[in-house]
Ligand binder design. Structure first.
Ligand code: ADP
Ligand code: MG
Length: 486
């Protein structure tokens, strides 16, 4: 995949590696008992440890480790038997300790991979546990002061680092979406990007097509929406190509994206690891994870998105498109699985259509974001699909039954079909009567049909269907009508 320069017409290749911070779904901080709840009054969720008062000691949150193990297993990584917490030293007003506790040489998750579009696999380098910093509040107090809010200080994070295997903006966005889906799917992150629970740094470089050496990268920090991610990378690629073509050197740097101008600007030229003077935190023992712990976590993992996708294609014979759509999040996948449970594997395709098309449209219209909040349960929809499959009702009547279920006019498709008298007429005697009546009443259509106009036939079918109030079986109507006209 390559990008053509607008100026020179030359071909360039893009190289991207992602660093993603996922806030872990833990009730308390990674090294203290303070709450991680979002949106509380400033500094009400910061205890002595988060404030870095002298003499306090960090205590590791076991649940945060559990989240890291889950993630590692879900991406097929190695879980380190021994990992170590390290101090990353730097000064910032929202970091009262003067260092962030992170992991450096021995992270808890090593390797693994994530499959994105078209079966492309992105290798992961590592994932490590660390604490978040606090926040500077610039709109602050009286006039032009800045305040510090340490509620976020110590919030548990998993930093997930990819290899530079990503070769376009589209792949980078797809990678971020796949990861975003996965962390929610396995229940380790709420995925709320607006609140900063899932944010990406994109490391971007470009090189001339075919050049075996990687170019110098610039790291775009804290992209908190897929749209920003896309716009920032697109801009950065063009900017870098332009710089090199104008014979300016790319300097490794950390940059910020401004969504208003759509541009990136340099925040600082790149620091090296040695600037942080990492060293093992003497307040924390090495983290040992037993084989039993890993094994038990593995057993408790749900079927993962890529596994479901495979199963939908192989076992249910669905297309890749359908399989992708139905695994876009855990709620739709669960819902679909429950529908198929009732309607049966043979009806997987109609189940997929009902869920992806009819139900999705309805949820969208009613502004219901989550399939779990659907007013038609998966059991009810499964029951409805069965009645269509066995010709009790037509697909069109099915839509009416669906609406009735949505409006709570009955507990099940069967109940609604019975109470509203929607059962399809399959008694051919009754259909013959209707057909004969319509033929007698519409000599013009009949003559047109005999003159070779197929449209006239369809018009007659429509009239029979209407006379039968939509309840006659369209296939039978077709057959009988053709027979009678011949
Ligand atoms: P650091 O530890 O200084 O942040 P790393 O080597 O760990 O540097 O890389 C950080 C991220 O940058 C990783 O996601 C990696 O894949 C990516 N990366 C490394 N080299 C390049 C490059 N030349 N172009 C794009 N991304 C790169
Ligand atoms: Mg980095």
């Amino acid at each position: 995949m390559s990008v053509i320069s607008a100026n020179s017409g030359q071909e360039w290749e893009v190289v991207i590696g992602m660093e993603t911070h996922a806030q872990l779904l833990c009730k308390s901080k990674i090294f203290s008992g303070a709450s991680t709840e979002f949106g509380a009054d400033a500094n009400t969720h910061a205890c002595a440890v988060d404030l870095a008062l002298p003499g306090v000691l960090p205590v590791l949150n076991k649940n945060a480790v559990q989240c890291a193990i889950k993630f590692g297993l879900a991406i097929g990584a190695k879980i380190a038997e021994k990992s170590v917490f390290a101090r990353k030293n730097y000064f910032y007003p929202d970091l009262p300790k003067g260092y962030q506790i992170s992991q450096f040489e021995l992270p808890v998750v090593i390797g693994g991979e994530l499959e994105i579009l078209n079966n492309k696999k992105i290798r992961l380098t590592r994932a490590h546990l660390e604490e978040d910093a606090g926040k500077s509040v610039h709109d602050g107090f009286a006039g032009n002061s800045t305040g510090i809010d340490l509620n976020r200080a110590g919030t548990p994070l998993l930093e997930i680092v990819s290899e530079p295997d990503i070769s376009s903006t589209e792949e980078a966005v797809e990678y971020a979406k796949t990861l975003h889906n996965l962390v929610q799917w396995i229940g380790i992150c709420d995925g709320n990007m607006q609140e900063g629970s899932f944010r990406c740094d994109a490391n971007v470089s470009v090189k001339r097509k075919g050049d075996p050496n990687l170019g110098t990268r610039r790291e775009i920090k804290n992209l908190n929406s897929f749209r920003n991610l896309k716009e920032a990378i697109d801009y950065e690629i063009q900017w870098q190509i332009n710089e090199i073509e104008e014979e300016r050197e790319i300097i490794q740097a950390t940059v910020l994206f401004d969504p208003d101008s759509g541009e990136t600007r340099t925040m600082r030229t790149k620091e090296d690891a040695h600037d942080y003077r990492y060293f093992p935190d003497p307040d924390l023992l090495p983290l040992y994870i037993s084989a039993d712990w890993i094994e038990n976590t593995k057993k408790a993992l749900p079927e993962l998105p890529h596994q479901k996708k495979q199963r939908y294609q192989n076992d249910l014979q669905l297309s890749e498109y359908d399989a992708n759509t139905l695994t876009a999040n855990a709620q739709i996948a669960d819902y679909f699985d429950n529908v198929v449970q009732i309607a049966g594997k043979n009806n997987a395709k109609p189940c997929a259509n009902w869920v992806m098309v009819d139900l999705a449209a309805k949820l969208n219209k009613e502004e219901i974001a989550n399939f779990a909040d659907s007013k038609v349960s998966a059991e009810q929809l499964g029951g409805l699909i069965l009645r269509i499959a066995d010709n009790t009702i037509s697909n069109n009547i099915g839509k009416k039954v669906f609406d009735a279920l949505w409006n709570n006019e009955g507990n099940s498709a069967d109940e609604i079909i019975a109470s509203k008298g929607l059962k399809q007429i399959t008694d051919s005697g009754a259909i013959v009567k209707l057909v004969e009546q319509i033929i007698a009443e519409n000599p013009d259509n009949v003559a047109e049909f005999r003159a070779g106009k197929t449209k006239a036939f369809n018009a007659l079918v429509g009239k029979v269907m209407k006379a039968g109030k939509g309840k006659v079986n369209p296939q039978q109507v077709n057959e009988i009508l053709r027979e009678k006209l011949q």
